[in-house]
Write a protein that binds this ligand. Structure first.
Ligand SMILES: Nc1ncnc2c1ncn2[C@@H]1O[C@H](COP(=O)(O)OP(=O)(O)O)[C@@H](O)[C@H]1O
Ligand SMILES: [Mg+2]
Length: 152
């Protein structure tokens, strides 16, 4: 592998059938980066949720809009960016899917899962430039659900 980051970029049309394509590419990249099967599966699920959110909430299912996926493999981590053409959102103000009144909701779990499966998750929204979510998974981080760091 090259000394610096190695990059893979994919542009997808906003169509739910492309979620599978995104997962396939993710699996290949995370395998190349050196993650074991369990970790590949977690990364896969995080990308799955992010791409569905980008298509659904970001691009409002508009097939003329696109999703940009960017994978960057560093020596110590994999960084994945998922960008849409929507207006963005603040992930700090989402309902807690584990609170009593939300336990039976089937929606509202995607971001929670992403935070659980990845080491870092942030949202970068810029006016007129869509929303970019950044997912980071460290190599050898051993990030199983109970040991994750969480804000208040
Ligand atoms: N790419 C996005 N653009 C705009 N809003 C988003 C995006 N991703 C997530 N959201 C917002 O965050 C909320 C929580 O997302 P998530 O946890 O995946 O639950 P769900 O998709 O089931 O609503 C969404 O309902 C939506 O309001
Ligand atoms: Mg979702």
């Amino acid at each position: 592998m090259a000394a610096d980051a190695s990059v893979v970029e994919v542009v997808l049309e906003s169509d739910l059938k492309n979620v599978e394509v995104a997962e396939e590419v993710t699996r290949r990249v995370s395998n190349t980066a050196g993650f074991d099967e369990d970790e590949q599966h977690r990364i896969d699920m995080a990308v799955h949720e992010s791409v569905i959110n980008a298509i659904w909430h970001g691009n409002k299912n508009d097939p003329s809009k696109h999703i940009w996926l960017r994978f960057e493999i560093f020596s110590d981590r994999l960084e994945i960016r998922v960008r849409d053409q929507g207006n963005g959102y603040d992930p700090g103000h989402l309902p807690d899917p584990l609170s009593q009144e939300n336990l039976l909701n089937v929606s509202g779990r995607g971001i929670f899962l992403i935070r659980t499966f990845m080491d870092d998750f942030r949202v970068e929204s810029r006016a007129g430039q869509g929303t970019e979510v950044v997912l980071v998974k460290r190599l050898n981080s051993n990030n199983s659900a109970p040991s994750r760091r969480e804000g208040p």
